[in-house]
Write a protein that binds this ligand. Sequence first.
Ligand code: FMN
Length: 304
Amino acid sequence: MVDLTVTLGDKLVLQNPILTASGTFGYGDEVPELVDVNQLGGLVTKSITRHPREGHPPPRIAETSAGMLNAIGLANIGVERFCNEKLPYLAELSTAAIVSIAGSSFEEYQEVMKIIEGRQPRIMGYEINISCPNVHDGGMEFGVSTYMTEELTRHLRELTARFLIVKLSPNVTAISDIAKAAEQGGADAISAINTVVGMGVDPRTGTFQLSTGIGGLSGPAIKPIALAAVYKVAQAVTIPVIGIGGIMTVGDVVAFVRAGAHAVQIGTANFRDPGIGIRLISELGSFLEELGVSRLSEIRGSAH
Ligand SMILES: Cc1cc2nc3c(=O)[nH]c(=O)nc-3n(C[C@H](O)[C@H](O)[C@H](O)COP(=O)(O)O)c2cc1C
């Protein structure tokens, strides 16, 4: 019998390593009835900001040959509505509910977390989306600076005893240094990666495929980038790593574990099939059984 449970540090035990990625599964309450979210290892909500955001104008999604481009612009209902309308639902879940937080200043991230913590919510923890431009720093993303990453993590660490994940951007020179900064700041885990900077242009009209011109690429196209990032980060830190990027099959899940991931998140694949996470859980059991592996820790980091 294969044991799919994973222990992330000494704080969090997941029933299996398959989570859904932020922004690709709503708040977990909009999926078709056939999808039983409680079977997932966990779900990460859409990123929440202090105030509601409409996001960027359309088109904000475009297809590419091996994935998709998006420029959603962090559209979300804001923390107050989130607390009133979504937290009660998340509290009822038996799976690990992780709330993604975004902001454009240190203060915004802190305020959002304080407001949620003030509700004493029944959630497992937080994932901090640091791929956001910092308004006080000329729009430079938090996630490109070791200093900002460490400081932000430290500020948020002071506000919560819950599981704290810092989600890294791949659009940096040395992702391991950013991961180390998050660990230094007190993160319990790292998740990697967010979308890769990308752009699409209509060759006939010259128009951008996204209203913003440049956006974020996700899906199978970014899997090799994500695998390399997870591999590098897992070598650099002692806290667990959650792999994200282009996962479509059970083989992809296992490849991420072999690269060093404790767990994975499924993003773009949910748009094609919101039930994919649950299917991958059962496929993972069979895949590992075929390999003669009884728990994921036996193959974690075994890429060579
Ligand atoms: C439409 C869309 C919206 C997203 N929104 C968020 C978000 O709000 N916060 C966040 O941290 N990541 C967001 N992401 C990034 C995903 O969580 C994930 O890191 C990325 O898409 C790579 O995984 P994938 O290739 O499996 O999609 C979004 C991705 C997509 C495609």
